[in-house]
Write a protein that binds this ligand. Sequence first.
Ligand SMILES: [Zn+2]
Length: 451
Amino acid sequence: MKSGRKKTGVLLVTLAALAIAIGWILYQMPTGRALAPSGGGAAAGEASDSSGGHSTDGAASPEAIPSSSQSAKPTQQASAAPSAAPSTIPSSTPVASNSSAPSTVSGSPGPSVTTSGSPGTSATPAVPLVPYKGCVEHLFFHPLVVYPELAFDGDSMAKGYFDWFVTAKEFRSILEDLYRNGYILIGMDSLYGVRTDKENKPEVYTKELLLPEGKKPLILSVDDNNYYDYMRKNGNIQKLVVDKDGRIAGYAIDPSGREITARDNDIVPILDDFVAAHPDFSFQGAKGILALTGYEGILGYRTNDPSSSTYEQDKTDVERVVHELKATGWSFASHSWGHRDARKITKAHLAEDTDRWLKEVEPLIGPTAIYIYPFGSSVDRDPDKLKLLEDRGFRVFCSVGPTPYLKATKQALFMDRRHIDGMALTETPKRLAPLFDAAKALDPARPTQEP
Ligand SMILES: [Zn+2]
């Protein structure tokens, strides 16, 4: 009798909980949210746009500051799909079975996450996570120009700097707009995972993206975060360091020769501080992806040259920087070893270049599955070269395009990135308008016309 009443009680409580859960789900069902573009929607935009697309990552090494004639033609057409029957991520069907209990994230503003942009405090309540169905923006930059007078000085590099870089001031303006417009940084691992298929082979699968309500996902990458010799002479910083507070800072030499360690002169410390001030700009602590070549070492340390007198010290120092970067939400990608165009070089050369990167750079940063093509190139349609890169562990291939593009096969994830640089700011402000105000961002220190 007693136990029977207890059972009835338990049943009633369970039913009540179930009713609340169902009510919550119905309440959370998106009504006005933009539905996913059909597969290839973004690609169609890309294909219909001839002004960009797989053509623009440029300023890696002096040889890499491209003249406009060097632009590669877009290779991914909306109609042409690889044989492996790709699914476009935004349209992938959400898995509903496990989502009855709302997930939450703490440390963000109250339930009505809006674009008004008031930063959250730790005291604010948790925000429910909801499935995100739209496009995933991926923007890339090069290291920031901190001394415009060195970058835009009329020398042979000035045009490249005008076209392919933004200044620190421009970057901060862009960040503020992105935040105000509701974007939130995510890591690449929010989009995909790798599992083992029936034949015991690795298989890429896409994940349902759950984000704080009202937020739009943003991936940010920085190409050529190597602080090459030419960069050091043309207004970029010299290297990343761990400062006296144990945080990542930029070490620079200003035009008068003074050494400066600061947190306002590079994407990494600027973004770190921005996220500290606006925790709801980062989902689960994600920051950005640093894409590294190997031919002049990494992050400003000449780890490529064992004959260098500072080789051992450089390796020790860079290890500490890498550790701190990883601990604070940054991740890494291969940008090839020698900044070579994967489409143009032979398969043997691509193998040699990739193996050299894996030998010299990977031990310093740890394994990564992300390959960011130099020159916005792509071998997505070259099965031999693609397999070569996949066999070496790469699962995410990033090119360049004017609009978001994301496609998944069982072998890999293919993603386009928008180039954010002087060319984009001055030539495509309308296209960038949903992200940020390009005209407002322009630094007065930038020449009014391309050199
Ligand atoms: Zn590059």
